[in-house]
Design a protein. Sequence first.
Length: 255
Amino acid sequence: MTTISSPATPVSRLRRVVVAVIIVAFTIAAIGGIIVLLGGDLGETAARVIGTTAVVGAFSVAVLCCAALLGKPLQSVGVAGVIVSVIAAALVIWTVWYTGGSDSWWELTSKLTGTAVMLSIAASLACLLLLLADRRRVAVRVGLFITLGLFAVVAVLIGVLIWAPDAVDDTVFPRTLGIAAILAALGAVVVPVLSLLMPDARPHGLSHTAIGRLQDEAARRGIAPDELVDALLADTRITGAVPTSHEHQPPLEER
């Protein structure tokens, strides 16, 4: 009985690197926060260390949300979201520890930081919703498209508020921003619920027995089921042989 070890795909390696970096960064920040809290007086430095811990934790969640698209058709959006979230975290941490400088430099840095944070939040929410991009139900697809459009509107309005506050109308602008934000939040809740209540009809999908066999074989090899499927498909492409229904299929344990 022979076993073919499945090589790790670039996407799986990237996922592991992202998760490892998040774990290491958050662990270091958490240890620093605990040491500060167990120390002496909680002064300005202690507050900055605790703030850094909170920032790393918050943006780690944003990075994980964006990394959920890795390996999906829209993984480029996830990669962009990861980059934006990392930049936003770095800017916020720099702002927490930065002292001194001119007022103009501080104003520019604050605007850049606010923009990066806004884009990071929008990207993380959008990436979670884009996990539903392959759904076929019209209501889900239309709701997803409208919700993402509302996210873009809110992001643009907040960008205007950050970079050109003097051009903002005190009466119309806040109402418009509030309505768009409420509708975007509503869509972010309704669209996933619709996807659960209106699942796609997939008559040619795998049976529960086939799914169970794949999961058992993946567990035996110590890999994820998706990685097992990728390895089997890659092996088929390499050999150039596509088995037919009349050919004898050896069990997974012997392949």
